[in-house]
Design a protein around this ligand. Structure first.
Ligand SMILES: [Cu+2]
Length: 125
């Protein structure tokens, strides 16, 4: 019985990773520990689906073109008007409330420049 529990505990992270979809689902952190979402290439967010712990800073980095970021969920964030972020600009947000969020670029959502992320509740203590 104990062995089964251990096996399940080992499998859960694998299953969760599997659920987040194929390539590009991992999110990287920069030197400041911020989670980085790139914007630009092909008018997409990369990654477009990810999970971060509560109280994380996510930074949307514009690597080309003009974009904006509109975040809805337990907390809302807006980088401003449509396509207001220029090439090389970034938009950092700090998320504190656990839950599921959606984000989109107003200028390019019709081309699929949308995404979702989950803020996981931090373990207490
Ligand atoms: Cu865009």
């Amino acid at each position: 019985m104990m062995k089964l529990a251990l096996m399940l505990a080992a499998l859960v992270p694998l299953l969760l990773a599997g659920c987040s979809g194929g390539g590009g689902s991992a999110i990287e952190q920069d030197a400041q520990g911020r989670y980085v979402v790139e914007m630009g290439t092909g008018n997409k967010f990369s990654p477009s689906k990810f999970t971060v712990p509560a109280n994380s800073t996510i930074v949307f980095e514009n690597r080309g073109g003009n974009h904006d970021v509109q975040v809805t969920g337990p907390e809302g964030f807006s980088s401003g008007a449509t396509a207001q972020l220029g090439d090389g600009e970034e938009f950092p947000i700090t998320v504190t409330k656990p839950g599921r969020y959606e984000f989109a670029c107003t200028a390019h959502h019709g081309q699929g420049m949308v995404g979702t992320f989950t803020v996981a509740a931090n373990a207490t203590g």
